[in-house]
Every structure is written in C-alpha cells, then in structure tokens.
Design a protein around this ligand. Structure first.
Ligand SMILES: [Zn+2]
Length: 259
C-alpha cells in the first residue's frame, strides 16, 4: 500500500516504467502522477485486474484417453494375401477417429519366441502393413520393436501374419506406438497448439503419472483423443474414456490457477 507521486515516477523513469503500470491493492496515484503516466501513454491497471485475462486464457483443459490394444493395419495387397483375392474387410465397430474401424477379421502374429492369436485388424486398408504391439507383447513374441509414431517403420523388425486362408512374412512394420494426441484444427486452436507440438499431460487417480512429451497430431479428420498402448494404460490405471489434464506444452508447465 503506497501513495505514488510524480516525483517517485520520475525517479523510476530512469530504469523504465512498466507498461501497463500495475497498482497493488490499496495503492493510490496522485493526480499529477496519473497525468505523468497518461502523458507517456502508459496504461494503469490494478494487479488483480491484470492477472485475470491470463487466467481466463488458460482454463483447465482435459483430453479423453483411448487405450489401444495390439492391432494390425493391412495394405490392400496383404488383405488379399491373408483373406483371398478381392476380399473386403468387414467393419465391426467404429473407432474414435472418424472413418477408422475395428474389423471382424483377426490374424495370428508369429515371432521367433511365440505367437499371439486373435489380433484385431483395423480398417480401412492403407498404404503399408503395420503391426502395433506393446513391449510386453514383444517379450512374448521375441520381437523387440522400437517406439515409433505410426507410419515410421523404416528399420523396424518384421514378423509373420497367419490366417486360415494364408500367411504373410513381413520384413518390417512392427512398432510400439509412441503416445500421441489427435486433434482437429478447431481443437488445436482451442488448445493453442500446432501439429508437432508436445503437450505435458497429467493423470489423476491412484497412480498419477505425468507424460512430459506427448506429440500432437492435427488433421481436419481427427477427433480429440490421447492414445496410449495397453502397457502405458495399465501402468497408469487408465482406461478408454478417462480424461487427462493438460498442464503444459513444449516442455513448459502452464502457470495457472487450479494447479
Ligand atoms: Zn492414434
């Protein structure tokens, strides 16, 4: 609490007067001091008033969670190799991302140490075949896949896909999916991020975890969802439909109320 005079402002002028000039609670400006600031185009604000916009621009934001079990994406050629010429995959249920669906069809994946039956195929068929497993699955199969974003399969290990109708030896394409967030362009604006930014996300509950570097993927066809694999989901007691809190981006924690 203080009375701010023109003399005290002139003394401050040498080191620079902040704009806006913030008044603490109870501070008073003399009329001459107010004129001095006005004459220099310096805005006067109460510090409480000044804080408000910052808080409002960073409301608490949450992102729904999607836990992905192991699954396979097939190229159109591999659909035919495994199910016969001209075969079309049969949608079983829609996934959170528009146009994506789980198929009725499953495959057996076979590695040097073991195999896993009933691995779900996700449709529609797309460019290159990709098998997404957890690290735990990798131990069972004897296939140690790197953590990668979807589509980044150069230098990854392969395995064998088997159905009742055929089999396919993959030279590459097995990954452990890197955790990521999907967003539409409107959602990216709302969350103030761009494609390729990373978010810091925090879970709540019995085993809270902070994810420091979740890559954001922005596309008009995406819907808001935080994707983790089954190992990560289980480690944090997360299940599909839970929500995680956004607490920062690009390595910086947000400063905001409620934290
Ligand atoms: Zn995803």
């Amino acid at each position: 609490m203080a009375v701010i005079t023109e003399t005290s402002l002139r003394a401050m002028h040498k080191s620079g007067i902040p704009n806006p000039f913030l008044l603490e609670k109870g501070d008073k400006l003399t009329p001459a001091a107010a004129d001095f600031l006005k004459g220099r185009g310096i805005e006067v604000k109460s510090s409480e008033e000044h804080l408000q916009p910052a808080v409002q621009s960073q409301p608490e934001r949450y992102i729904p969670v999607g836990v992905s079990n192991r699954h396979v994406h097939l190229s159109p050629e591999d659909v035919e190799a495994l199910f016969g010429p001209g075969y079309q995959l049969t949608p079983l249920r829609e996934l959170s991302q528009p146009g994506q669906f789980a198929c009725q069809e499953t495959v057996t994946i076979v590695g040097p140490k073991g195999s896993i039956h009933g691995v779900r195929i996700l449709g529609p068929a797309r460019g290159a075949t990709q098998v997404e497993i957890s690290r735990t699955d990798g131990f069972q199969l004897g296939v140690h896949a790197p953590v990668r974003m979807s589509g980044d399969i150069e230098g990854t290990p392969g395995l064998v896909l088997v159905t009742a109708k055929g089999s396919r030896i993959l030279e590459k394409g097995v990954i452990v999916a890197k955790r990521h967030v999907h967003m539409s362009e409107a959602e990216a604006q709302e969350y103030q991020v761009q494609d390729g930014d990373t978010l810091i996300l925090e879970t709540t509950g019995e085993r809270p975890i902070i994810y420091p570097d979740v890559v954001v993927r922005v596309n008009p066809r995406f819907a808001l969802d935080f994707h983790v694999d089954l190992d990560e989901g289980n480690a944090a007691n997360l299940k599909t439909g839970d929500r995680v809190k956004v607490i920062g981006k690009n390595g910086q924690l947000y400063t905001r109320q409620g934290r």
